[in-house]
Design a protein. Structure first.
Length: 330
């Protein structure tokens, strides 16, 4: 909430509380919908923008608030608002390999044109802008864990390059607007996140393994399973994003869980939590699949006072319950 003051006497201040008006692009997606929930809880008026290419109206259908507005719009096309906007969280983008490999041009366009349009809107409105970037800017990293100072090891012409380079460009133009126009910008680099509202068929390791385990199917591990990942529960991730937006820090900040495990270990953990009898089978590793992925969160701790709180077993139980509920509704 923002306070505006008005003097009514020599030592008297009258305060009027003004509701923050906030845009969330990609607001009907997995992360975006949880962010909308948090912002509404914090008293913001929220405008959710999503063209539903990878988002879903089901993710926001539970919201019953006169402070929430949904607009179906493609952010690669300009959009204008007559009244003020205070914050813009730019999350719009395909984020799963199955999506950005199927939508390569759209992924590049939302990273470039979408970010350009939202930065333009933020500049016009004098709004604070946050870019949702990704750990994929580090590519297949040669250092582990990955600090924000690491420039990455990205194949720009490989199949994953459409996502990696879209986000790297988005970071570059965000910093250009900050330096050239003096804009108030933030960049969060999001590491593997899981929780309720993940799409069952989005192709990422968490929904893949959970769905296969619940159905009693073989769990598919690519390569020999020695590649590592770290998994952050969605409520922790959203809390970190909000803290960053409300901070004064303009450099990129990693938000993720530094507890690293192999993909094979993760598959075994999913089998334990679901009580499944699934077997683990191995298939060929995809091109440019990262061998390690673990955030250095020292900056998030120092600048934001943030670190994850939800343990993997607790988070997996909530996520498995969500996928069980989806099965019951079929």
């Amino acid at each position: 909430m923002r306070k505006e003051s008005e003097k009514t006497g020599p030592e008297i201040l009258k305060y009027t509380m003004i509701t923050m008006k906030t845009i969330v692009t990609g607001g009907a997606g997995f992360l975006g919908s949880h962010l909308c929930d948090l912002l509404l809880d914090k008293g913001h008026e929220v405008i959710c923008i999503d063209n539903l290419v990878t988002g879903s109206a089901k993710n926001i259908e539970h919201i019953d608030s006169d402070k929430f507005t949904y607009l179906k719009h493609d952010v690669t096309k300009p959009i204008y608002f007559g009244d003020r906007i205070d914050y813009i969280f730019h999350l719009a983008s395909p984020a799963s390999p199955i999506d950005y490999l199927d939508l390569p041009i759209q992924t590049l366009k939302v990273g470039a044109l979408g970010t350009y349009n939202m930065l333009g809107l933020a500049k016009e409105q004098g709004a604070r802008f946050l870019l949702a970037s990704t750990s994929e800017t580090y590519g297949d990293p040669l250092v582990n864990p990955q600090p924000e100072s690491y420039w990455g090891n990205v194949n720009p012409i490989g199949p994953r390059g459409v996502y990696d380079e879209a986000k790297r460009y988005a970071e570059a133009i965000t910093m250009a607007y900050h330096r050239y126009h003096g804009m108030n910008t933030r960049i969060v680099r999001i590491f593997n996140t899981y929780g309720p509202r993940m799409r069952a068929g989005d192709g990422r390791v968490v929904p893949n393994f959970i769905n296969q385990a619940l159905c009693g199917e073989d769990i598919t591990v690519y390569g020999d399973g020695s590649q590592t990942r770290s998994f952050c529960y969605v409520s922790d991730l959203i809390d970190g994003i909000y803290r960053l937006m409300m901070s004064d820090f303009v450099e990129p900040v990693n938000i993720g869980n530094p507890d690293e495990m192999s993909v094979l270990e993760f598959a075994e953990r999913v089998i334990e939590v679901t009580g499944s009898g699934s077997r683990i089978v191995f298939k060929e590793l995809p091109v440019d699949d990262p061998k390690v992925r673990r955030p250095d969160i020292g900056r998030a701790k120092d600048v934001l006072g943030w670190e994850p709180e939800v343990g993997l077993v607790e988070g997996l139980k909530d996520t498995v319950s969500y996928f069980n509920m989806l099965d019951e509704k079929k």
